[in-house]
Ligand binder design. Structure first.
Ligand code: TNX
Length: 482
């Protein structure tokens, strides 16, 4: 970044958004930018094709620039205009998020505010360290509506996260309609932790989430957690369990008690149907197969199961990813593993990395947004200890596990398990302010990061969250301005 001290570009009622001629994708990013800026500025901000750096414009230009990769951008602000340049539309989208953050916090309000709307002059060249920068939302333990998930997508996109992993199934609920097995959703989705009404997404609603996320450069990674965490499925179709009997629906919070019958051929016909329907609805490259916390199978049964399920995912044209336990199986070169449990030594995962497995890093002691901040936090769990803002921020992916460095890492992801979270306000209070810290771990090089600078930059986002009506935790580690 080079700041041009004292130079500002001030948006005016006459300002236009000009996008790369001939690119409908750049035009779509321009429309998105206009939709973000119009409510608070009250300006019309028309979007049209036009040349870069015209006076009184924000322009979005596509130019091949090898420094930037798929998601990088260059932002140049002079006294007359603001220009974003990127090789790909996703880079323009990421640059738009920076532009938003450079405007006053009041720009995030939904009603007209006084302004002035000034962008500081200078030049930024920026691109991400890792291609996978994710959050996970557990919609199984407590159900969240389409509108709530869309709200969460909007919030993660502001911090340039590009993956939303949806934990769609667990013991307490099955949240996606499967055409060939309707009871999974209608029965398996009919309750949640604590016994509330639960819910599920129709395939049309799921597609709506996928499309909404795609328009914000967020890829949905759906998870069907098998063979454990499957009580809701077993309760819906008793033939999936080894004794053939359907258990009652489950509304508690214990883990590890349920399993599909892995020696039964019908189990694989079931999974083929579920994975086939999910692949057809999911444009992204990965389907998550879970695989965590199975306590009722032998090691051979477990490994054989994972090997067959990753193969089914391949047959439907996608790559499998699973929780770190799957590293005990022989993985295909394209299957990825998600590290989460620092209580294990990590030997199995290191061995898998030596065989070429790529990792998504979600160490619970750093990235589990369902862990309490401290002993006063009302929501959340504490099996991995407390995770304060500094813990979430001050770690580096290339030194987390011996023998695992950047080339082995797809990126980072912050899971939000919802045993204790009942509303989107609860979700926000656990995600903010830790999630932006994890986003920066995934985006910025370690040498450019530091806690002292971060806590001050983070503090400036408090008023932004207030403007967006985001519930956030006012951690004592952050010097909030108000
Ligand atoms: C462990 S992380 C689980 C989840 C729980 C979570 C609560 C993982 C793969 N399994 O089933 O919700 O802890 O923090």
């Amino acid at each position: 970044m080079e700041a041009a001290g004292g130079t500002w570009f001030t948006l005016a009622r006459s300002t236009r958004i000009l996008t790369a001629p001939g690119s409908t994708e750049a035009a779509a990013v321009g429309q998105y930018l206009a939709s973000v800026l119009r409510p608070a500025t009250g300006y019309p901000l028309p979007v049209a094709a036009g040349p870069p750096a015209a006076a009184d414009s924000i322009s979005l230009e596509l130019t091949r620039d090898d420094r930037l990769g798929d998601e990088g951008y260059e932002l140049e602000v002079t006294g007359e205009s603001a220009t974003l340049r990127a090789s790909r539309p996703a880079g323009l989208f990421m640059g738009v998020q920076t532009l938003r953050q450079l405007l006053p916090a009041a720009v995030e309000r939904t009603s007209v505010q006084p302004g002035p709307w000034r962008l500081p002059g200078g030049r930024i060249v920026d691109h991400p360290r890792f291609p996978w920068r994710g959050a996970m939302l557990d919609v199984a333990r407590h159900f969240f509506t389409v509108a709530e998930v869309q709200r969460f997508v909007d919030l993660i996109a502001l911090y340039k996260l590009n993956v939303l992993h949806l934990h769609l199934t667990d013991d307490q609920g099955w949240r996606i309609a499967i055409g060939s097995r309707p009871k999974l959703a209608t029965h398996g989705g009919s309750t949640q932790v604590g016994g509330g009404p639960g819910g599920y997404y129709t395939q049309r609603q799921y597609a709506e989430i996928v499309g909404y996320a795609r328009d914000r450069c967020v890829t949905i990674v759906p998870e069907i957690d098998v063979p454990g965490h499957t009580n809701a499925a077993l309760a819906s179709y008793g033939e999936l369990s080894c004794d053939g009997r359907a258990p009652e629906l489950y509304t508690g919070v214990e883990v590890g008690f349920s399993s599909l019958c892995v020696d039964e051929p019908a189990t694989y016909r079931f999974l083929d149907e579920v994975i086939g329907e999910l692949a057809a609805l999911t444009p992204g490259p990965y389907l998550h197969i879970g695989g965590d916390e199975v306590r009722t199978l032998s090691e051979e049964q477990y490994a054989g199961f994972v090997e067959r399920v990753q193969q089914l995912v391949r047959e439907h044209g996608r790559h499998a990813i699973g929780w770190q336990e799957i590293a005990k199986a022989t993985l295909l070169p394209t299957t990825a593993a998600q590290y989460w449990d620092p209580r294990t030594g990590g030997d199995a995962i290191r061995a898998a990395v030596r065989r070429g497995t790529k990792l998504v890093l979600s160490p619970a002691t750093r990235t589990y947004l369902d862990m309490k901040y401290d002993e006063h936090t009302r929501l959340g769990l504490d099996w991995a200890g407390h995770v304060e803002v500094r813990d979430a921020y001050e770690w580096d992916p290339s030194t987390l596990l011996d023998g695992v460095d950047d080339a082995d890492v797809l990126g980072v992801e912050a899971p939000l398990w919802s045993e204790t979270l009942e509303s989107i306000a609860d979700v926000e209070r656990m995600a903010f302010p830790r999630l932006p810290g994890i986003a920066e771990v995934g985006w910025s090089p370690a040498a450019a990061r530091g806690w002292d600078g971060f806590r001050r930059r983070l503090a400036a986002h408090g008023p932004r969250w207030s403007a967006m009506a985001v519930s956030y935790h006012r951690s004592p580690q952050v010097p909030w301005p108000e």
